[in-house]
Design a protein around this ligand. Structure first.
Ligand code: ZN
Length: 401
């Protein structure tokens, strides 16, 4: 755990130094397209976010220590086991911990939104909207979380030694259901989705979809500008419930041709089966981890080693989810690498079905608008970045034109 923390702090430190070191000049490839002031804003914004991330990492590690070796979980266990048992005890334990971590995270998310995002002109959110969002998220979390966690605890109790397989089946089914209902039931709780208006953009998009033989159940515009000026486009849902969603902020900034190219990139992800691959990968990963938990659940050293004096299914679940990120961290460069390969493939697909020059122009605008740095620390980027550095993406696209 110390090693993981050390690597994370070291990578962030490198990144801050590297971005700061390249702040003075725009990289040669971009000198014609991005003004120096925008480049420096991107550097300052990146450094501010990375610094805030460093503090969050330190606080989270402190919390993890306090909960395990510091006796926090042991204390909660005494509190709840004296009053409740069975599934009610498990739910009380899990929800108290979720509440504690949400409370600790709250000042950080306030700082990110109302200090950092506001300072660089990205925040469009009022404090009232922030609170409404928080309340909605909490209610939704309770409405969905309570029955789901209760079912998991129940399966762990009644299914004997193979419980991990049944929990996995339930979990996989629940996730598929969530993917299916998200666009029509959950996303509209937070944003307004309006069908895209007729016009050049819409007819170009429809022509692109026809050309590629792609069927969707609608083109929508989302009022992303309600919260932030960052722009985006995405697909949601699957099967017959697929929707294509554009942030209003993206439509404002890009020309119809550029929007077509961005959508072609997203279609590329779809056609190259990246989305299905990601879901299969996630399901295989959760099966492996649940199996591992199935092996650990009866080992007393697992509890004692983490400072917990008792042994039961709820505690096993809690400890496991607390320590899993420490062990998945070494996998993150591999996952990022895979994701970057997918981005290159989607770019190449987009260049075949739309104009590569449009995609390049769109990327440059998005980098500038989002104040994304053009000069990440190479090692930091290799570890974390799900998207390849701008210079590499554009160089490859140029080679395709
Ligand atoms: Zn992509």
């Amino acid at each position: 755990m110390t090693l993981t923390l050390g690597i994370r702090l070291w990578l962030s430190w490198r990144h801050i130094r590297y971005v700061g070191g390249h702040r003075a000049t725009v990289p040669a490839d971009f000198a014609m397209r991005i003004p120096l002031a925008a480049h420096q804003k991107a550097a300052d914004y990146t450094i501010a976010r990375c610094r805030a991330g460093l503090v969050t990492t330190l606080v989270d590690s402190g919390l993890l220590l306090a909960l395990t070796l510091g006796g926090g979980i042991a204390w909660l266990h005494e509190l709840w086991s004296a009053r409740l048992d069975g599934i009610a005890y498990g739910l009380a334990m899990i929800f108290s911990l979720l509440l504690i971590s949400a409370l600790i995270d709250l000042p950080f998310s306030l700082y990110r939104q109302f200090v950092i995002e506001a300072r660089y002109g990205f925040n469009r959110m009022t404090l009232a909207l922030f609170c409404v969002d928080l309340a909605k998220q909490a209610l939704l979390g309770l409405a969905i979380g309570l029955p789901v966690i209760a079912t998991v605890l129940w399966l762990m109790q009644v299914m004997g030694a193979d419980w991990w397989f049944w929990v996995w089946l339930f979990w996989a089914g629940f996730n598929l259901l969530l993917l299916f209902i998200y666009p029509t039931w959950i996303a509209p709780l937070f944003n307004k989705f309006t069908p895209m208006a007729e016009g050049e953009t819409r007819s170009r998009i429809e022509a692109l979809l026809d050309r590629c033989g792609f069927r969707s159940s609608g083109l929508f515009v989302m009022d992303g500008s309600k919260r932030s000026s960052h722009g985006n486009a995405y697909f949601t849902g699957f099967g017959n419930n697929k929707r294509i969603v554009f942030f209003d902020t993206l439509l404002e900034r890009l020309t119809p041709g550029e929007i077509e190219a961005v959508l072609a990139h997203e279609l590329g992800h779809f056609r190259k089966k990246h989305i299905v691959q990601r879901i299969v990968f996630m399901f295989a990963g959760s099966l492996a981890f649940l199996w591992l938990l199935g092996q650990l659940i009866d080992s007393s050293w697992f509890y004692a080693g983490l400072g917990v004096p008792a042994q039961n299914t709820a505690l096993a679940l809690i400890l496991f989810f607390l320590v899993v990120p420490v062990f998945t961290f070494p996998l993150s460069p591999l996952l990022s690498q895979l994701s970057r390969r997918h981005e290159f493939e989607a770019d190449a697909w987009a260049a075949e079905h739309a104009a590569a020059a449009d995609l390049i122009r769109a990327l440059v605008k998005l980098y500038e608008d989002n104040a994304a740095t053009l000069t990440p620390d190479p090692l930091y980027s290799a570890f974390y970045d799900s998207h390849p550095p701008a210079a590499q993406r554009i160089a490859r696209l140029q080679a395709l034109t």
